[in-house]
Design a protein around this ligand. Structure first.
Ligand SMILES: [Zn+2]
Length: 166
């Protein structure tokens, strides 16, 4: 041990991009269906900085058919293409639930969007009908591998995600 023990991943998002994410999820959900998006940006060690949001329907036009999110391999291929062309990396994924519950459904647990250990998945309550500058009440989940997850938010807040003003 040399004092270089790994620290927890941290993600920072400007309030402007965060508001675009919340409003984009809300508009797409129309108050009655789930929607989702990937947060892209850069990793500097364990610190991820989000610079861009890509909604599922921008990757797969059939993403919201049947009222639930059906995200297909085709959409992921498009995502990797965007990452390759822009030099951006995936920082987190996000989707909405229709009620206050921001725990993961069994389907969420069994289908990590990015099945990479340490990956962060966000869940917004009430189809993201919330103040667009707030992250209060958002579920923050870390993928541990083997379909196991760790929940990071407590009392509606998490220090894994930080909103910045720039
Ligand atoms: Zn879910």
């Amino acid at each position: 041990m040399s004092g270089n023990e790994p620290v927890e991943k941290r993600i920072q998002v400007s309030v402007w991009i965060w508001a675009r994410l919340v409003l984009g999820l809300r508009i797409r959900g129309k108050g009655r269906r789930e929607s989702g998006a990937f947060l892209l940006g850069h990793w500097t060690g364990q610190l991820g900085t989000v610079t861009r949001v890509v909604f599922y329907d921008q990757l797969d036009s059939h993403a919201y058919e049947n009222g639930i999110i059906m995200f297909h391999g085709e959409g992921l291929a498009t995502l990797w293409k965007i990452c390759r062309n822009s030099g951006l990396e995936v920082i987190a994924d996000s989707h909405t639930h229709g009620n206050m519950g921001t725990g993961q459904s069994v389907t969420d647990q069994r289908n990590p969007m990015i099945p990479e250990v340490g990956h962060t998945a966000l869940i917004f309550p009430y189809f993201a009908r919330m103040a667009p500058w707030s992250m209060r009440g958002v579920g923050v989940h870390e993928y541990l591998g083997n379909f196991k997850w760790r929940r990071h938010d407590k009392n509606g807040l998490s220090d894994r995600i930080r909103l910045t003003l720039w």
